[in-house]
Write a protein that binds this ligand. Structure first.
Ligand SMILES: Nc1ncnc2c1ncn2[C@@H]1O[C@H](COP(=O)(O)OP(=O)(O)OP(=O)(O)O)[C@@H](O)[C@H]1O
Length: 769
């Protein structure tokens, strides 16, 4: 393309882009004015008027926020079709005042050809144009020619290649994941737009875009199935808090906010399970054997005394024999309800037996039914009886139950006879120990076995009464809104607002006592059932984690993304079929991503050797680019390892300039190496520190680096990384594949065999060589 043609094309696109931004400004001003107007209206002091005002305020606020979130890169492409039609594609859809579309939303069905058309199957597209903007100015246009025959001669000279994708891949990392709407690739688009029902497993090697595709899928599903999903929400589960911070801008930048982001350790309301624990404890707690262990432990709380218990109630001598208690326990267990809910049958049977004793003592013929009822009440309220009932069949919260179980050798021995001594020993801990991620699935299982406390049931009943009253008020409210609509004085809805408005009305009618956003309500409710669940790094979930997660999505509408070769957790998943044949038989499908967009070919060659050591039959993904920069490694005597590492960090920092550097260290040497680097190098942040993504140098163990990426990665002591965990080779594979540009390895002693494709620099860093 000649320079003058480029100028001409850019000028043409600029005119279109400016028109679209002008339109955006107009709509934004309108939304702001509408918002101001409703907020300025006086509160009417009655429910109907005020809730109407509030819901319009929410509508305009949402609209304004959405219009503001799309400022960056509003429009990014153009499609020219063989039938002479063309359209621009952007982050949202825009219409002119005559409701003619001027910009097509990337999620709309018609936009599919922008992502999927290929020269082999052009889908009626002649040319796909990528438009690159700096703020509101067009800086480049890159064209893909898809149907050469259909393109008229003068247009041929205006074509360019895949510069948009490469420009995006080679830019400096910012510490946060970016959306990729402008450059979604065909194999990714098929996954993003896959149908909603059933379980979709996306298997793909490192850097193939699993995370970013999963997030775009969430945005696509919310756009396409808004009615269905807006009410129940979408849950995205990620491996750790740092990772959630890394991705948390992607969905808002796509205009979506009704998504709950959570680690597995946060899936039980009120608990944050993030304390470290041994791989053995994680493996034991994560195995399905715990289902039986917990069930047995609950039954062990339903006690029968060895000897008769003498009670003195109101100066009367009563006796609770083991057989009375055993019968009461059988009665309660036969009710087949969770422990706390079954307790009332136990209590009733014991009170019946004690009442009978008193009645027999007084002489049955002298006592009326009313007297018997009073007697029962007295017994029920007597502190001695209450205390005894508490001991024999205590009310238990999941937290209390798990705490008692894990801090008691004897309870564990009774409940888990099939575990070995060392496995049981790995579980025991102090009763004030902080929660770990694998405790959370135990708490959830316990909640199922225990059921609600009486106080929870009472609160729920109360809530239902309030809701019924509210529902009536809201029916009135909707009638009012519809009346207002028909007089058309105050409410003007644009076509694209209708769906949002309908969804909102539905929410108002069903959640009359709603407090907080959907995300807040869903996160606070253990029994919340999500419309769709996305799990990233899904290979890390244990069998018990899967059990918990499946309770949150009974419809089994899920997207699971992961890579079995990267499984680091001792309790992690080894096979998708093993998990899904159990929970979603015949309702799951797989898709594969095969191209690595992160790691250049030079680094991927090293990773391929590590992968071969894990699984000789596995195929590594193909890198989409090379950089000409070879990964390097240096072997130094153990005594000078610290100083060599510090020197390497400094030299890599100089190489990446404004970019991000990660130093990945073995978890067994984490404390030692973090304190060394903190004292010797400026600007480092560590592990779980919230600022770690914003620092220029992050020092992490491999678990903490899961899912993240950096311009340069320095691996410290790879042999210790391999030795630190049962899945040590997988950890090394994860470590090697975090880099977008440069990889260096510093070894105390010889360089491990599978890293010999690196350029060995002796005791020196590349700077010295
Ligand atoms: N179509 C695309 N256009 C631009 N960038 C892309 C595209 N697909 C993926 N990327 C980029 O490639 C990098 C890797 O993507 P992502 O983190 O989603 O991969 P992943 O498969 O989850 O990796 P891992 O399993 O190693 O954590 C990210 O920087 C992402 O933005």
């Amino acid at each position: 393309m000649t320079e003058s043609t480029i100028k001409h094309e850019i000028a043409e696109e600029q005119a279109q882009v400016s028109m679209l931004y002008d339109r955006l400004d107009v709509l934004r001003e309108r939304a702001a004015a509408d918002l101001k107007r409703v907020q300025g209206e006086e509160r009417l002091g009655h429910d109907q008027g005020d809730s109407e005002r509030d819901s319009f305020s929410t509508l305009y606020q949402g609209r304004h926020a959405q219009l503001s979130s799309v400022e960056r890169g509003l429009v990014f492409g153009r499609v020219d079709n063989t039938d002479d039609t063309k359209f621009h594609i952007g982050r949202i859809g825009l219409f002119d005042d005559d409701y003619e579309p001027v910009l097509v939303d990337w999620r709309a069905p018609v936009a599919q050809s922008f992502y999927r058309a290929t020269p082999a199957d052009p889908m009626g597209v002649i040319r796909r144009r990528h438009i690159r903007l700096h703020q509101r100015t067009v800086v480049a246009v890159d064209d893909d020619l898809l149907d050469l025959e259909a393109l008229s001669d003068p247009d041929r000279s205006t074509l360019t290649g895949e510069a948009a994708l490469l420009a995006s891949l080679t830019s400096h990392r910012t510490g946060r994941m970016n959306e990729i709407v402008a450059t979604i690739q065909a194999e990714q688009d098929v996954i993003i737009r896959s149908e909603l029902p059933g379980v979709l497993v996306v298997q793909g090697g490192p850097g193939t875009g699993k995370t970013v595709v999963a997030l775009h899928r969430a945005a696509y599903l919310l756009y396409t199935h808004r009615e269905q999903l807006a009410r129940r929400g979408v849950l995205v589960v990620g491996p750790n808090a740092t990772f959630l911070r890394y991705i948390d801008q992607v969905l808002p930048s796509l205009g979506e906010t009704d998504v709950v982001l959570s680690t597995v350790g946060e899936l039980f309301p009120g608990v944050v399970g993030s304390a470290p624990e041994s791989p053995l404890a994680a493996r034991v707690k994560g195995s399905l054997e715990m289902v039986e262990v917990l069930a047995r432990a609950v039954r062990d709380f339903q006690a029968v005394p060895a000897e008769p218990i003498a009670l003195k109630v109101d100066n009367r001598e009563l006796t609770l024999t083991p057989s009375i208690v055993r019968r009461a326990r059988k009665r309660a267990r036969d009710a087949d309800e969770p422990h706390n809910r079954a307790r009332r049958f136990f209590v009733k049977a014991i009170l019946d037996a004690l009442t009978d004793q008193v009645v027999d003592e007084l002489g049955r013929e002298f006592i009326s039914d009313d007297d018997i009822a009073d007697l029962r009440k007295e017994l029920r309220e007597d502190p001695v009886v209450r205390d005894l009932l508490r001991q024999l069949w205590p009310e238990l919260t999941p937290q209390l139950f798990v705490t008692i179980l894990l801090s008691s050798d004897s309870r564990l021995a009774a409940a888990a006879p099939d575990l070995s001594e060392s496995e049981r020993a790995a579980l025991v801990r102090a009763n004030d120990a902080p929660w770990t991620a694998s405790d959370v699935a135990l708490l959830d299982e316990a909640a199922e076995l225990l059921g609600d406390l009486d106080s929870d049931v009472y609160a729920r009943k109360q809530g239902a009464v309030n809701q019924a009253v509210g529902a009536e008020e809201h029916l009135d409210y909707i009638r009012g809104v519809i009346e207002l609509e028909s007089t058309a004085h105050r409410i003007v809805l644009m076509p694209w607002e209708v769906e949002q408005f309908t969804g909102m009305l539905a929410q108002w009618t069903t959640q009359t006592d709603a407090v907080g956003t959907l995300a807040e309500r869903a996160a606070a409710d253990r029994t919340w059932q999500f419309g769709h669940v996305i799990v990233d790094e899904a290979q890390e979930l244990s069998a018990m984690d899967w059990r918990l997660l499946m309770r949150r999505v009974p419809r089994r509408s899920m997207t699971l993304v992961g890579d079995i070769a990267q499984t680091g957790s001792a309790a992690g998943t080894r096979s998708w079929a093993e998990v899904l044949d159990r929970y979603a038989p015949r309702r799951w499908r797989t898709a594969e991503l095969s191209v690595n967009y992160r790691t250049p070919a030079e680094i991927m060659a090293v990773a391929a050797d590590v992968l071969a050591a894990i699984d000789p039959s596995a195929t590594p993904p193909t890198s989409v680019r090379d950089t000409g920069v070879k990964p390097w490694s240096s072997s130094v005597p153990a005594a000078s390892f610290g100083s060599a590492l510090v020197a390497a960090v400094r030299s890599e920092q100089a190489e990446v300039g404004d970019g991000r550097l990660a130093v990945l260290v073995p978890s067994s040497r984490y404390a030692e190496l973090t304190s060394l680097l903190a004292s010797q190098v400026e600007g480092v942040a560590f592990g779980t520190h919230p600022g770690v993504l914003d620092s220029t140098i992050a020092v992490l163990d491999v678990g903490q680096a899961k899912g993240l990426e950096f311009d340069s990665v320095l691996i410290a002591d790879p042999s210790a990384i391999v030795a630190s965990s049962v899945r040590g080779l997988s950890d090394l594979y994860v470590a090697v594949t975090r880099a977008t540009k440069r990889l260096g390895v510093v070894c105390p002693g010889p360089i491990p065999e599978m890293l010999t494709q690196t350029v060995q620099t002796g005791g020196m860093t590349p700077e010295d060589s």
